[in-house]
Design a protein around this ligand. Structure first.
Ligand code: HEC
Length: 194
């Protein structure tokens, strides 16, 4: 019925193949989006849905790292000496939580020193692209990977810092973030020791 050696572009069913891809995509997405879906079986649909929830990019630190941070900070958080600072073995990551949350929410620019090297670049703010869960997930991820071993950051902590700094419209400087007033999580006396 379809002759593959035909010269007519309409004889070969490319549009059928495209349609099939769309159909498969539609089924997969449909299964993820509808927990009570009846196709193909209730339990497998639910399993896919639940897997979708726990791996959702919004709160999976590793996913966020791979898609939003790795292009600059590199695989394993090793950075690019002199250009993009490393995320391992640095107090900016494993030290005060409140300071890390601030620099992620609003960005940082100007001169900072990381692991004995000076950097004068700038990092965009992430507070618009990532909600409290997202900032908490990426903070926890970088604090507990790349050989780092610091405590987790919770969405409540991010929410408190976000509320306390909501007037902030420009990136922090490293100098500002060295000040006591820009560290810690409001109302949480244990947060400063990481
Ligand atoms: C466009 C490149 C770029 C991206 C993308 C980026 N950063 Fe940065 N980041 C920088 C630069 C440049 C600095 C240093 C800024 C300066 O010199 O003042 C920095 C500094 C930092 C610091 C403080 C210094 C250090 O190395 O510990 C942390 C923590 C950090 N970034 C985490 C992140 C996280 C987490 C993400 C992803 C959500 C991210 N960055 C995405 C470029 C980037």
């Amino acid at each position: 019925m379809f002759k593959s050696d035909s010269l007519s572009p309409f004889a070969y069913p490319w549009y059928l193949q495209f349609g099939t891809v769309l159909l498969v995509l539609g089924v997969v997405l449909g299964m993820q989006g509808t927990p009570g879906s009846t196709a193909p079986s209730q339990s497998s649909a639910r399993a896919v849905y639940q897997a979708g929830v726990s791996l959702s990019p919004a709160d999976d630190g590793e996913q966020i790292y791979n898609t939003r941070c790795m292009s600059c900070h590199q695989m394993g958080g090793r950075g690019v000496p002199g250009t993009f600072p490393p995320l391992r073995d640095t107090d900016w990551v494993t030290g005060d939580k409140g300071r890390l949350i601030r620099l992620l929410l609003h960005g940082i620019s100007g001169t900072i020193e990381v692991d004995g090297q000076t950097y004068s670049g700038s990092m965009p703010p992430w507070g618009g692209a990532l909600d409290d869960e997202g900032i908490a997930a990426i903070s926890t991820y970088i604090r507990s990977n790349f050989g780092n071993d610091a405590s987790a950051v919770t969405a409540e902590e991010v929410a408190k810092v976000r509320a306390a700094t909501k007037g902030r419209k420009k990136p922090w400087t490293g100098k500002e973030l060295k000040k006591e007033e820009n560290m810690g999580v409001p109302g949480d006396s244990t947060a400063t020791d990481g």
